[in-house]
Design a protein around this ligand. Sequence first.
Ligand code: PEP
Length: 253
Amino acid sequence: MRRKFIAGNWKMNKTVPESVQFARDLVSEIETYTHHDILICVPFTALVPVHDVVKGSNVKLGAQNMHYADSGAYTGEISASMLETAGCDYVIIGHSERRQYFGETNEILNKKMLKVVQTALLPIFCVGEVLEQRKAGDTERVVEEQIRTGLQGLSASDLSKVTIAYEPVWAIGTGETATPDQAEEVHKHIRRVIKNLYDENIANTLRIQYGGSVNPSNTVELLQRADIDGALIGGASLKVESFVEMIKIADRL
Ligand code: PEP
């Protein structure tokens, strides 16, 4: 049985005081919702103060990016050990905005994945096609390539640490959501790819989140699908009320 997993990705939003306030409100609102995993991926500057608020609660803490090197001359970057010692449990790897605006290729992301599984951090590895690729009927090939290259060299036990987020790029921040059928089809494909690369048991235990304009009004129909194990939520995770609403929905399913 895969536990549902609701994650918020704040992107480049919220100052330290705003982040701390959000975390306080969230922790007090969701104390009793314990049937699934809850995560907030906050800006680097807010990691330590938010950790102080969420530690000991059922809210996990994540970062939005990480470098593959241990340390060195990489101005502006952050390492796995920096994230671990800031209190992070999770890190997002390969968000489409990192791929699109910061030139992160499947090969670079593979280096990050190989690094992260050597640490205590749990990665959420993002995959997804752009609109032209979907229109050209290329979705399954693109997602498969992202997974094959991104996860190359990871062992079966490494895979137990990984969550995959399927995020069609055309649905991110656009208000346009993949239909539950479209999402489910790709999630099934991802499970097939993982089964071929590893085995059936690993494919069946892997959690696959959907991301792309998830909000309180489409959460139920998406999360009811057999292969959709949760959501990675951008815009609708920025307000405590809507984030909590989605958490409550996931808890009832
Ligand atoms: C995201 O940031 O991963 C995302 C899916 O954003 P949004 O929910 O705003 O589409």
